[in-house]
Design a protein around this ligand. Structure first.
Ligand code: ARG
Length: 284
């Protein structure tokens, strides 16, 4: 009895030693790509994952264009990425309190945000916003929002765009804490229209062909925007990620991820040109 217990104990110890050895070698391999033999530093990332195709939850995992791009950038720069679906407000609060290193959430680089956060160079050009509406209402342009119940995601540029038409905190605006709740409100009829980033609106229509949701664009009012990775002010990581982004632009990895999610070639020249526009936002 005793002997067989000892034997099986030995077997357990031996096999865990093997397992440890196996893990050890996997670790070493993955460290090679980062160019050092040390353990990779884990960067804690927050996101609001109801914003497909940029970030959403699929089978319990946060995935999407942003997530794949950030992981590839982490790999290139030698960091481990730990991304959590924190929600939008907690993501920003987590950067403020320094509990999070990074916010990756289709975040538009804009003047007031640049005062509180550092941003990577632009990694995506969003063509502005779409107004989404149920087929029982008529919307020709942004002006029509004045007469409708509108839903937006709180604290986003879509909310600002809608408020630029109807006035800030207008009675007919409902602000939702996530993009997903805004879409639900539109579907259930709690609001007549929603304003959100064009690529996300297009994806929503594609994924919900039976919802009878229509869309309209107002290029006069709603201008293109650029997404960036948000860091704490003075973050040591911004530079590494900017370098990694340039590298992935050059080596085709960015284009590969972009094509997977958007089924077209990225316009790298226009993204690179946008750097000077972003720099101009930092002035004064
Ligand atoms: N681009 C817009 C902004 O920065 C909306 C981002 C919303 N992102 C999200 N994951 N819900 O304000």
């Amino acid at each position: 009895m005793k002997i067989s217990f000892k034997k099986s104990l030995f077997a357990v110890v031996a096999s865990s030693a093997l397992l440890l050895a196996a893990c050890g070698s996997a670790q070493n391999d993955s460290n090679k790509s980062g160019g050092n033999e040390k353990e990779k530093k884990v960067l804690h990332v927050g996101t609001e994952a109801t914003f497909p195709p940029f970030e959403f939850v699929d089978k319990g995992e946060v995935t999407g264009f942003d997530v794949e791009l950030l992981k590839a950038l982490g790999e290139e720069a030698g960091y481990e990425i730990d991304i959590k679906n924190t929600g939008w407000d907690s993501m920003l609060a987590g950067l403020d309190s320094k509990d999070l290193d990074i916010g990756m959430s289709g975040i538009t680089i804009k003047k007031d945000r640049l005062k509180s956060y550092d941003f990577s160079n632009p990694y995506y050009e969003s063509e502005g916003f779409l107004i989404l509406f149920k087929d029982n209402v008529e919307v020709k342009n942004a002006e029509d929002l004045k007469n409708l119940k509108i839903g937006v995601q709180n604290g986003t540029t879509g909310a600002e765009a809608a408020e630029s038409v109807v006035g800030s905190n207008a009675k007919n605006i409902s602000k939702y804490e996530s993009s997903g709740l805004m879409f639900q409100a539109l579907l259930s009829g709690s609001v007549d229209a929603a304003v959100t980033d064009k690529p996300v609106a297009e994806e929503y229509i594609k994924q919900n062909p039976d919802s009878n949701i229509q869309s309209v664009e107002d290029k006069e009012r709603f201008k293109p925007e650029y997404y960036g990775i948000a860091f704490q002010k003075g973050s040591p990581y911004k530079e590494d990620f900017d370098k990694a982004l340039d590298k992935l632009f050059e080596n085709g990895k960015y284009a590969e991820i972009y094509k997977k999610w958007f089924e077209e070639e990225p316009n790298l020249d226009s993204l690179k040109d946008a750097k000077s526009y972003i720099d101009s936002l930092k002035e004064d």
